[in-house]
Design a protein around this ligand. Structure first.
Ligand SMILES: [Fe+2]
Length: 452
């Protein structure tokens, strides 16, 4: 391979459009997109016009998210939504402490599918469109046939730690593998199947705003995650043309739709497939990105510069210009060359909350890092350093790094990257997650000379 990319074990045969932020259009049949007129009296192939908005109509052009869809049956034709599962609204997480948390591993459930997500942490409130949630998914089964999921609570950033997700959305199909990320817009229906065994990872559900590329400032016009490396699905129609190719007819099937609203799951049925969009055009679409294509900026002479240079996607906080509701970062393989500099993160207290985890990108279950490490981050785990919780290297790491030669070397080249979700507001942790966590992993539990 002559360009930076993950050597994925599972190959992706889907086609994609390129470029995050572009106005895209795609059609499963030639001429299926309406021309010029967005809502024609009679759309092509007997299709019906439907729109999915991500922003208010009056949002500035550069942030306006709207997509027109041309589908066989309007989504409106469904039965009444009824509470799904136990019908209860899960309690909002309330656990907050000044400790750091570490999850060496998470409890897993047998026979879990995508609907079995567990709320790990949250700030704000989905009902008032403030803040975000972090869900854990640990799935061993595909979603049942003829079942689709959506979240009315926000855009979902999917961060696989292990495994491959085959995601069929209303706008087309994406294969999302370990060391890739994907974003699914608020309200979009999708179905997740597992082409390569169990999968595990996290979903950052953004109750307000949207993920976007960070501005580059003095870096210039390229670098970090370049827009053209983001992949957008092409239209896929679950059906065929009939009547001599004049009418798009969707496959006949009763579907169950499960949706999350204010944290609560609801379900309804409809008589047709939700994947009957023959064409679409607009700016509100799902996308994915290979983290190996992140163009890292470095520490080139001295000092450890701010981790903002590792931001892949950000969601700006308009209430405080320059701040972010959440930033998604990766600490990937990179060259370390700084002179007279500690090649470890300095000890710090951050106003942002740092939820982090490792991604083993070896794509190989027998890779040593998949077997866990003696201490610190283990694959499949995560950690959280909340607002003003001091963190940094262990004494042993500090001793080693303080005496190491400053010879240029490549760090993180052992098949593991770290991801971080830096959130503006303190993250409240669910009771089950608080119980599963080891507290204060960053330092000794008690000073050796303590008399208290
Ligand atoms: Fe930090």
């Amino acid at each position: 391979m002559s360009y930076p990319a993950t050597a994925f074990a599972v190959k992706d045969t889907y086609k994609y459009l390129e470029g995050l932020g572009n106005y895209h259009s795609s059609e499963a049949f030639p001429g299926a997109n309406a021309k010029v007129n967005n809502s024609p009296q009679k759309p092509p192939y007997g299709l019906k016009t439907e729109r999915l908005s991500g922003t208010s109509f009056t949002a500035p052009r550069e942030s306006n998210l709207q997509t027109w869809m041309y589908r066989a049956t309007p989504s409106m034709f469904h039965a009444e939504y009824m509470p799904y599962g136990n019908g209860e609204t899960p309690a909002a997480p309330t656990y907050l402490s000044p400790n750091s948390y570490m999850w060496p591993k998470f409890p897993s459930e047998p026979k879990a599918d995508w609907i079995s997500q567990r709320l790990l942490a949250q700030n704000g409130n989905p009902a008032t469109k403030e803040g975000l949630a972090i869900h854990l998914y640990s799935v061993s089964e595909s979603m049942p046939e003829h079942t689709a999921f959506s979240s009315m609570d926000g855009d979902s950033l999917i961060i696989p730690q292990i495994g491959t997700l085959d995601i069929q959305t209303e706008l087309g199909k994406l294969l999302v593998r370990q060391n890739e990320i994907a974003v699914i817009p608020r309200g979009m229906r999708y179905r997740v199947t597992l082409p390569d065994g169990p999968a595990h990872g996290f979903i950052c559900e953004l109750f307000q705003s949207h993920f976007q590329l960070p501005n580059l400032g003095v870096i210039g016009s390229t670098g970090l995650a370049n827009p053209r490396e983001f992949e957008i699905p092409v239209a896929y129609f679950d059906g065929k043309l009939s009547d001599d190719g004049k009418v798009a007819v969707a496959n006949d099937a009763e579907y169950r739709l499960i949706t999350r609203q204010a944290g609560r799951l609801w379900s309804c049925t409809q008589a047709s497939t939700p994947f009957d969009v023959a064409a679409w055009h607009g700016t509100n679409y799902p996308y994915k990105f290979d983290l190996a294509k992140f163009c890292v900026m470095g520490n080139m002479l001295f000092d450890e510069h701010d981790p903002s240079m590792y931001v892949v996607l950000t969601a700006p906080a308009y209430s405080e210009p320059g701040n972010a509701i959440v930033e998604f970062l990766i600490i990937p393989p990179r060259w370390m060359v700084s002179e007279n500099t500690l090649w470890l993160p300095y000890y710090h207290r951050n106003t942002m909350n740092e939820f982090y985890g490792p991604i083993v990108n070896a794509q190989e279950p027998t890779h040593p890092l998949n077997q866990g490490k003696e201490k610190g981050s283990r694959p499949f785990g995560a950690g959280l350093n909340g607002t003003m919780v001091v963190h940094g290297a262990t004494e042993a790491e500090l001793e080693k790094a303080s005496n190491a030669p400053s010879t240029p070397s490549k760090a993180m080249n052992d098949g593991m990257s770290l991801f971080l979700l830096e959130t503006e507001k303190p993250l409240f942790v669910s009771d089950w997650a608080a119980e599963a966590a080891i507290k204060n992993m960053n330092g000794k539990n008690k000073p050796a000379n303590s008399k208290l």
